[in-house]
Write a protein that binds this ligand. Structure first.
Ligand SMILES: C[S@@+](CC[C@H](N)C(=O)[O-])C[C@H]1O[C@@H](n2cnc3c(N)ncnc32)[C@H](O)[C@@H]1O
Length: 635
């Protein structure tokens, strides 16, 4: 049986790399590790920690590798073979585990909008003993023995714990997906914001907390609320590494017009005082930034050396406080042409020119405030956008498109890979597609959504959407249609090839194509022999080649944008080449029961080539020879 990456194994490998001396026979020796770390180990009986009932089980869940797979579903996709956008139907934890190897460290932005735990939400009933079984029963693919789709009522003794246990492993894996400069945004409200902060501090590190943004989502306020009419939500922002990340958005043309009013032969600019405007910095703690600059009063030119008639200027405040410049001597000398002296109210000051358009075409950016009140962020805007595409309210309270577009803009990366693993109606896919159309970006999205049944008798059901996943996919299809229409009408050409990725491919979580291992460990028993007989063919009856190829690719760590093509020039066997364009890696694979010598000759495998075939396709001698020739793996 093939499974996804084993996270415990990977953590052990990291530890082994750093502390080889603390391992004996492949196992960790805690006493040695403790001794190595000495004073850094906190062994006080009372120490600050965040815990809840079930935390340990939630961690165990993380350690169970997924035995599921993802199967492609071209008929529900748009442009399956070309697109790099993905929609994956399934439980997000199983899906994240399966994608772990291929997406590790590659994602620029994660946005999630998990259930807020209002008491009425459905909280996924994880079961670490058999996660896939839970999923199959929940989605009606296996006999359901009891309703698993119940909500988590406030009266439950484990109301907060159940929610935390659900989110903890998912955030934990998600963090591994982020690139060094990656960022995660999480929508939440008062029910769990306090717990979510603590949880995220634990998973991402307190030092990577960036902001708790308050979003005015309902300006009228919830009239049904007690004491107050609640009118806001939150967006928690954490980074993988705060020191590597910069979050800002472009200034609007109006802001640029208002702020950049000077101009010279190099373009529009504004003048910023070179003196550091913060009083906590000055000669007393930045002595190297305290030096004289010399201004030629006839034209304002600034020099680092004195000359007759030049004005000597020091970064001294009006009240005599000895401040400092914001540039050192070296930078001031290198960028001297950006400096200019001006006499304001009879006092000479040094300014630096900040151009509206930088040397590499960058436009000015600004930090966003931590309260977002624009009407585009109101919940009703989210509803309007979905209702316009699919009339009739098929999903309640989707997030506003602008809320996610702003997050994408904050990341300032036109090629960002964006993941939303609580996708709902897929607002994040909508936002990424729309923003790409507006700014020529090439952002790619991965949306993961449970096929949660839509309520009986709901408008969604009436329109034929059996699950929320179906709503999400249909929304993406309609956004794509709308964009194709708009871009065609803009140029008045019906089939314009814009180079935009107006497609998405659908995968679904499913049982593995490999037979599950029944787990008989006693090698001398009859049962063991019988079980082994069953495994002479490790694949399930009725397996489909395409599904097996994808499963092999996923579990080998290949991304879902891998390309699968028949290898040309091979007669007598069906051989496929799988390549992952994002990782520049590939392998060849044949699922036939026998391998013809002519096939191996035509493939001409070298020692770096990976070749995967059925175990039964080779006899012992053939396998030994091939293993010497290339990197052979068998099924
Ligand atoms: C609040 S909604 C997200 C709405 C979304 N932001 C939008 O704008 O449409 C949360 C979604 O997460 C889904 N969900 C809950 N548990 C899940 C799980 N374990 N795996 C995948 N999706 C899940 C629910 O079905 C629900 O649709």
């Amino acid at each position: 049986m093939r499974t996804s990456a084993d996270l415990t194994e990977e953590s052990m490998a990291h530890l082994l790399e750093i502390f080889p001396e603390c391992f004996t026979e492949g196992r960790i020796d805690f006493d040695k590790l403790r001794a190595t770390l000495g004073e850094e180990v906190d062994s006080r009986p009372e120490r600050y920690s965040f815990t809840w009932a079930g935390k340990r089980d939630a961690l165990r869940l993380l350690q169970v590798p997924s035995r599921a797979t993802l199967i492609p579903c071209a008929s529900e996709s748009v442009n399956f073979d070309q697109t790099n956008n993905l929609f994956i139907e399934g439980d997000n934890l199983e899906v994240l585990k399966l994608l772990y190897k291929s997406y590790f460290g590659r994602v620029k932005m994660i946005y999630i909008d998990p259930p807020y735990n209002t008491g009425n939400d459905f909280i996924y009933p994880d079961n670490f003993a058999d996660p896939l079984d839970t999923y199959l029963r929940l989605t009606g693919q296996k006999d359901n023995g009891g309703n698993l789709l119940t909500s988590n009522p406030e009266s439950s003794g484990r109301y907060h714990s159940a929610w935390l246990s659900m989110l903890y492993p998912r955030l934990f894996v998600a963090r591994q997906f982020l690139s060094d400069d990656g960022v995660i945004f999480v929508s939440i409200d008062d029910h769990e914001v306090h717990n979510l902060r603590l949880l995220m501090n634990e998973v991402f590190g307190e030092e990577n907390f960036v902001a708790q943004v308050t979003v005015l989502s309902n300006p009228k306020g919830r009239v049904l609320g007690e004491h107050f009419a609640r009118s806001h939500d939150y967006l928690l922002v954490y980074t993988r590494n705060a020191l590597e990340t910069e979050l800002s958005i472009s200034k609007t043309p109006d802001e640029v017009d208002a702020q950049y009013q000077e101009s010279d032969e190099n373009g529009r600019h504004r003048l910023l005082e070179l003196r550091n405007t913060h009083r906590q910095f000055g000669r007393f703690n930045r002595p190297k930034l305290y030096y004289s600059l010399y201004i030629n009063p006839t034209n304002g030119e600034v020099f680092l050396h004195p000359e007759k008639g030049f004005i000597d200027v020091l970064p001294i405040w009006d009240d005599g406080f000895e401040g400092c410049w914001s540039w050192g001597r070296e930078k001031a000398s290198r960028e001297r042409q950006l400096l200019i002296g001006k006499a304001i109210g009879g006092k000479w000051k040094v300014y630096r020119k900040a151009y509206a358009i930088g040397e590499n075409g960058d436009t000015p950016r600004k930090k966003l405030k931590t309260i977002w009140t624009d009407k585009e962020y109101h919940t009703e805007k989210g509803q309007e956008a979905l209702d316009e595409l699919i009339p009739g309210r098929v999903f309640q309270s989707p997030k506003p498109v602008a809320l996610i577009k702003t997050q994408l803009e904050l990341c300032n990366d036109l090629d960002a890979l964006v993941v939303d693993f609580y996708a709902g109606s897929c607002t994040s896919a909508h936002a990424a597609l729309e923003l790409n159309c507006e700014d020529g970006g090439n952002r790619r999205f991965v949306c993961v959504q449970l096929p949660e049944p839509t309520p009986e008798g709901s408008e969604a059901r009436k329109q034929g959407f059996k699950t929320i996943a179906e709503v999400g996919k249909e929304r993406i299809r309609r956004v794509i249609q709308k964009m194709k229409k708009e871009s065609a009408s803009k140029l008045d050409i019906k089939t314009r090839d814009t180079g935009e990725d107006l497609g998405f491919k659908v995968f679904k979580l499913a049982e593995s194509n490999y037979k599950p291992w029944a787990g008989v460990e006693d090698k001398d028993s009859n049962q063991y022999a019988k079980t082994m007989d069953l495994y002479t063919d490790p694949l399930v009856p009725g397996w489909k080649p395409e599904n097996v190829i994808w499963e092999v690719a996923i579990k080998e760590g290949y991304g879902l944008n891998s390309r699968i093509e028949p290898v040309p020039g091979v007669k007598g066997n069906a051989v496929y080449r799988v390549t992952d364009p994002d990782k520049a890696q590939g392998f060849r694979l044949c699922l036939d029961d026998t391998l013809k010598p002519a096939t191996l000759k035509a493939l001409n495998l070298g020692k770096d080539d990976i070749f995967i075939c059925r175990d039964k396709a080779l006899d012992d001698e053939g396998a030994a020879n091939l293993a010497l020739q290339c990197r052979l793996k068998t099924i």
